[in-house]
Design a binder for this molecule. Sequence first.
Ligand code: NAD
Length: 430
Amino acid sequence: MVGTGYVGLVSGACFAQFGHDVTCIDSNAQRIDALRAGAMPIWEPGLDRLVAENVASGRLAFTGMLGPPVAEADAIFIAVGTPARRGDGHADLSYVYAAANEIADAMNGYSVVVTKSTVPVGTGRAVAQLIRMRRPEADFDVVANPEFLREGAAIDDFMKPDRVIVGVESERAREVMAQVYRPFNLIQVPVVFTGIETAEITKYAGNAFLAAKITFINEIADLCEKVGADVHDVARGIGLDGRIGRKFLHPGPGFGGSCFPKDTVALVRMAREAGAPQRLIETVIDVNDQRKKRMAQKVIAACGGKVAGRRIGVLGLTFKPDTDDMREAASLEVLPALQAAGAEIRAFDPQGTREAERLLPGVVLARTAYDVADGADALVVLTEWQEFRGLDPRRLRSLMRTPVVVDLRNIFDPVVFRSLGFSYEGVGRK
Ligand SMILES: NC(=O)c1ccc[n+]([C@@H]2O[C@H](COP(=O)([O-])OP(=O)(O)OC[C@H]3O[C@@H](n4cnc5c(N)ncnc54)[C@H](O)[C@@H]3O)[C@@H](O)[C@H]2O)c1
């Protein structure tokens, strides 16, 4: 497994749990040292135990040296990052190609090289060409096997996925992939074999659809706010229609994270180049960007039009609960805008503090949720961590200087908060 981040580490540990022998490789030496010492470089529920168990069983190992494990491997997964390229938004494939070059040099005997990273159409073929040019005699196939796990539920998603997509062109490679995923036969997970391009597009299409679904309900929430309707009832009302489904209809400050923003932009770029523009997704990106920018204004408006010199408490900094991942989080947009307007910010996140220290200069990071309420002129909910739902509104009220709540995830009960004298502002509901 080349790349030991959210996808590589989880996939590697889960494959080991299936009974495969796995070596996780990373070019970041600190990451490997930490893993060898039993420390997790990322926070994902249950991951520390799963890794420890499989290391103890001898099925999972970590190394910075790609050569030896790649020479022995039947399947080599590339799970390195594919961030948006600066300037044009294309997926930056430099890490994928660097890994492919190293793999080419180390391969020995028949090997299947699998792209697990999210990569634009044509990358699988480009990786094959790159390896062939470097090692014309190498015996290998390239497979596209995009990953669909969600941070925060990654282990469960990997062990019990809705489906596995495998883009493959040779019978030999198909047989290796069938062996890799054989444990899924027992629990009847559909393993869908497709062409390589189809598998690559499937990943982008899936993420773009989900990003569109969130953006749809966010715009409906805006309309609900204007006309006095309740977006949750609307979401339930439409979601009970089996063609629509109830998931991903929760309004908020706009989507973020390590995947949707970069994958929607990459899809749009790739589609324009292919001469099949994705106008719907172009609009989704634009609507979402505007929304994230507007959220700071919503907070300022709730504070009576100005926040200069005011203290604002923020609950949640990560892009969603149950992860320490801050990539493209709404907090990175909203908090600097509030600081620029003169607010003093104190924030709490159960797992995001380490990243936040680096990414949010000037924000005071508190140790508990109640600490951020202490002396605050407004309390803003940015991430719906489960533990925030149970906060005692009376205690919050007694701590705050001004009882203003801006709940951008609708986790609190407006009736309760208003009855205690709070000015309460949610998303898409009265
Ligand atoms: N994070 C998610 O929820 C998620 C879900 C599905 C798919 N994906 C996709 O999976 C891919 C990986 O995402 P991630 O979130 O795990 O990234 P990440 O940034 O957490 O991890 C990437 C790792 O790859 C390592 N790396 C980079 N180049 C390397 C090389 N040449 N050799 C060895 N290691 C190298 C980095 O040091 C890093 O540890 C991306 O394409 C992403 O779009 C991510």
